[in-house]
Write a protein that binds this ligand. Structure first.
Ligand code: MLT
Length: 383
């Protein structure tokens, strides 16, 4: 018997890998089900971008290691996009770093900045990768509640004074997964002021910045002085439906970029150059694609939320992202209980508890299936 490390023993199974196991089991049993669990879009990535990928993959030079900090052409495209989209100025040499997906960067990031026993603050509910990162780095964890009564924004005053000085990193994510809410500029300013005072690094996960419907989400780097303490993470996965490609980037403070780069060059050997070229193309030419994507998701949200109302659900949130976050009907004791009930009806959703203890009492639906399937799900739930 081989002994696992304490670190590994403390690491919970990855939420979406667990759900995937369940789905594989259903598939093996030839059971049909409606999958509203993981945020993995059903819409294909931009067609022309695939051609770019194919052409680029044929070039011999692109088949070699893509060591160091990503292609200059990609970093320049990111710089231009950040300027156009948010008005944020970045130095493509020092302040931008392509990643093998934002998850990879978010999880490796603390390795460069925390020591055993430091605190990492994670939002609860929150993306499960943050907790995994803290456990892997053997830090202490403070779960900062995102409460319904505060529209799922954290109250920073809830961080005990004794922890503020020991906290090295805070993870936050708006547009928020799983609750869908956006952060106001007022909150972002407060956050920067608070973290500057206590010298807490902000790992700002902005993976859903383009999946909005009315209000346009901000970059934290728009806030004055944020760049002193922030590394912001972006993803191609959600914006261009490229989850399987594994590409994203981070940008912000140059020392934070340098630290993560040193970790990464010791761990991975870069992003396949053809994928970098495809991503560059998506950033430069993908505007119409994203506008259309938003239209599709908006329509799906209308259909699903209308159905939820007909079913008698009174509290749910669908402000951004492709998720809908619902408060459990009172007759269900827990989010797992509700998901089991859904599973009996062959609908797979994600229990709120999977996002942390303050996610209990809620369930998340990912609208990553076509409208007619969403209608079918509502029909099944009515029955
Ligand atoms: C989600 O469904 O919340 C995530 O995007 C899935 C993941 O990245 O593991």
């Amino acid at each position: 018997m081989i002994e696992y490390s304490l670190r590994l023993k403390n690491l919970p199974p990855y939420l979406f890998a667990e759900i995937d196991r369940l789905k594989q089991k259903l598939k093996k049993e030839k059971e049909e089900f409606i999958d509203l669990s993981i945020g993995d879009p059903d819409i294909p990535a931009p067609r022309v971008m695939i051609d770019v990928l194919y052409e680029s993959a044929k070039i011999k030079e692109n088949q070699k290691y893509a060591l160091d900090k990503g292609k200059l052409s990609l970093r320049r495209a990111i710089k231009k996009w950040m300027k156009l989209r948010f008005g944020v100025n970045l130095d493509e040499e020092k302040e931008i770093l392509p990643l093998i997906g934002s998850k990879e960067g978010l999880v490796h990031f603390p390795l460069a900045f925390v020591n055993k026993g430091d605190y990492i603050i994670i939002p609860s509910p929150g993306y499960p990768g943050y907790k995994g990162a803290a456990i892997t780095c053997e830090t202490k964890i403070f779960e900062l509640p995102l409460r319904e009564e505060n529209n799922f924004l954290p109250d920073l005053e809830e961080i005990p004074k004794s922890i503020r000085n020991k906290a090295k990193i805070i993870y936050l994510n708006y547009p928020n997964n799983p609750t869908t809410v956006l952060a106001s500029q007022e909150f972002l300013k407060k956050l920067v002021k608070f973290c500057s005072k206590y010298r807490i690094i902000i790992a700002y996960d902005n993976a859903y910045s383009e999946i909005y419907f009315e209000k346009k989400p901000s970059s934290l780097l728009e806030i004055k002085e944020a760049k002193e303490i922030t590394l912001e993470f972006h993803s191609f996965s959600k914006t261009f439906c490229m989850t399987g490609f594994r590409i994203g980037w981070c940008c912000g403070n140059k020392d934070l970029v340098t630290g993560l780069l040193k970790i990464k060059t010791n761990i991975d050997s870069g992003i396949f150059s053809a994928i970098q070229d495809a991503a560059t193309y998506a950033l430069e030419k993908g505007k119409k694609y994203v506008i259309n994507l938003r239209k599709i998701i908006k329509k799906r949200k209308e259909v699903f939320c209308e159905g939820l109302k007909e079913l008698g659900f009174s509290k749910f949130w669908a402000e951004s992202t492709f998720y809908v976050w619902i408060k459990l009907p009172q007759k269900f004791k827990s989010s797992i209980d509700f998901c089991k009930y859904l599973l009996k009806k062959r609908i797979v959703a994600t229990p709120g508890i999977g996002f942390g203890k303050f996610g209990e009492g809620f369930v998340r639906f990912a609208l990553t299936v076509k409208e007619n399937i969403l209608r079918k799900a509502i029909f099944i739930l009515k029955g």
